[in-house]
Design a binder for this molecule. Sequence first.
Ligand SMILES: Nc1ncnc2c1ncn2[C@@H]1O[C@H](COP(=O)(O)OP(=O)(O)OP(=O)(O)O)[C@@H](O)[C@H]1O
Length: 301
Amino acid sequence: MNLITAESLTRAFQSTVAVDGINLSIKEGVCTALLGPNGAGKTTTLNMLTGLIKPTGGSIAFDERYHGDRRQYIGYLPQFPKFYGWMSGQEYLMYTGQLCGLTKKAANERAEELLTLVDLAEAKRKRIGGYSGGMKQRLGIAQALVNNPKLVILDEPVSALDPIGRREVLELMKKLKKTTSILFSTHVLHDAEEVSDDIFIMNRGKVVIEGGLAELQTKYQKPTIYIETEEEPDIWCRALKKKEWFRHMHLDKKQLTITVENINTAREELLADATLHKLKPLRFEVVRTTLEDLFMEVAKK
Ligand SMILES: Nc1ncnc2c1ncn2[C@@H]1O[C@H](COP(=O)(O)OP(=O)(O)OP(=O)(O)O)[C@@H](O)[C@H]1O
């Protein structure tokens, strides 16, 4: 079931179209990644979904089970969250809880629950100014959960962290996704692959690829043959393009990477052809393209 459905969603800033007529279906109970290079339009999209900025075109609908202002059902962690360094983690969560309308007592109880969830119970009385990057980000996620949201939206939650902080936050997201729907943005494919179920890849304001992680992996991970030869194999390469199994080729001097449709036929014919053309292969390897290759292709475009 979809929690949020956005249709033809558009946002222009003067002459810049940051988000260009995208359709998004964010499902309930799953973790969705909005992936894309810098400037793709991820933050603008998230800001429209949270209600922070208005679209200049299109529509956003929250599931009809949840009435009224959709902001009450959404928790949000911005890309550059601001904390009061002099407050303790506990004070900060109580403060945000009360801003969300909780009584002091309820805010205190919620703060305790959340501090345990994000593994900050021991540091709850320490000043935030002394927290590590990972601890701050975990506190930011706790803050996003204060109002018991149906969907928590995290803008680049791990991008600015060192490897330890990154691991802490990714592990927290894995834990969180068991109970809360998550939508997060990232420009790191590996993070999306690690925690998300659904992926939308954006580039230049448009969604260029979308689907379930497993579905995308099956669809785009094509068999590939890597060949390194003694001489530059230019002439041979031209002939390969006519083969039925041929899909795509990248030649870098003597290193040839060929994406193919049928690995068995391709392997047999390539080996036979290489002998026929008196080519001297130094390496012949069967590998697979990864989603990383796909993402890099999209990013380059
Ligand atoms: N307030 C604004 N005024 C003018 N242009 C903007 C504004 N906000 C975003 N843009 C432009 O819209 C485009 C998309 O920006 P956005 O921040 O949404 O991308 P992003 O994918 O989140 O990138 P990043 O990972 O760098 O944050 C960029 O070209 C950006 O310069």
